[in-house]
Design a protein. Structure first.
Length: 304
């Protein structure tokens, strides 16, 4: 009889070992899949980065994924890319920053009025904002061009420097602000629906006005969602090429996507220069995410 407990114990240990082996095998398989996916998504970046440090002859004689040799290593494409994009990066910053801030702030105000204040007709207005999110850029190009032809900022701002020479960028700022307000409004509305209604009601009972509640309570609590909208809008506006092609006519006002597009040669493709320029053009969006990444995560998670 004394041998039966020992047999049962040995059987239990055997089952435990098999279970641990199965779990370990599944975990190894999972990690293998994750590593493969990471490699799959990072492969284009690795290829582009190595290409940016190769001479033209080195790129032609090697595979895109291979690192450059000592003879084929160069940083010259980066200097040439910076010289080609420097003025365009400044132009992009001049209109992207205000367009991002204005669209986020106006979206916050609109969401506050549509979520935390009761008034007749707000459902219909909300539907208009929702419809604005799904209007594609291509469908507004003709009326947009017609609108800015009628407004004619060049005539209105003639003689007012430096605005007169930057009318293309002003048009881009207003256009992207108007186009970004609907999506910012929806993002802020979802965030404001998680706010404590009792806190706002207590402020109303204390005599706080609608504007004061927004300024002293809602706005400070909106920092995480501002991070979300700022990163989202900055990335979309910075990377946009379509509106820039339609509205920007002066080369001195070219934005970074236009200058990057110009680097594509007609006969000879300088891939090392193009890759270096692409990384330089993407650097501001990366910096914005690094600066606001923590708040971005809080906003996506709905933390207040």
């Amino acid at each position: 009889m004394s041998g039966k407990p020992a047999v049962r114990e040995e059987s239990r240990r055997s089952r435990l070992r098999r279970t641990l082996t199965a779990v370990s095998a599944r975990r190894v398989a999972l990690y293998a899949v994750l590593v493969a996916l990471v490699g799959f998504y990072l492969a284009p970046l690795e290829s582009g980065l190595t290409t940016a440090f190769k001479t033209q002859a080195e790129f032609i004689s090697t595979t895109p994924f291979a690192p450059p040799s000592l003879e084929g290593f160069t940083v010259q494409p980066w200097g040439e890319a910076w010289n080609a994009l420097e003025f365009a990066i400044v132009n992009s910053a001049l209109f992207v920053v205000p367009a991002t801030v204005f669209s986020a702030f106006l979206g916050s105000l609109a969401a506050y009025g549509l979520t935390l204040i009761d008034w007749r007709g707000q459902v219909g207005i909300m539907l208009l904002f929702l419809a604005g999110v799904f209007i594609p850029y291509q469908s507004v190009l003709v009326p947009l061009t017609r609108f800015w032809t009628i407004v004619d900022l060049r005539t209105l701002l003639a003689g007012i420097e430096p605005l007169a020479s930057r009318t293309d960028l002003i048009e881009l700022t207003v256009t992207h602000t108007a186009y970004g307000v609907p999506i910012c409004t929806l993002l802020f509305r979802g965030y404001y629906q998680t706010l404590d209604e009792e806190m706002l009601e207590a402020a109303r009972l204390d005599g706080a006005s609608t504007a004061r509640i927004y300024r002293r309570i809602v706005l400070p609590l909106s920092k995480p969602m501002f991070a979300v909208t700022l990163i989202y809008q900055f990335t979309n506006i910075w990377n946009d090429l379509l509106f820039a092609l339609v509205l920007v006519s002066s080369r001195s006002n070219f934005v970074v996507t236009q200058a990057l597009n110009e680097l594509q040669g007609s006969f000879v493709q300088q891939y090392n220069l193009q890759m270096a320029a692409a990384f330089l053009a993407a650097l501001p969006t990366l910096l914005v995410y690094v600066l606001f990444g923590e708040q971005f995560a809080e906003g996506v998670a709905g933390e207040t």
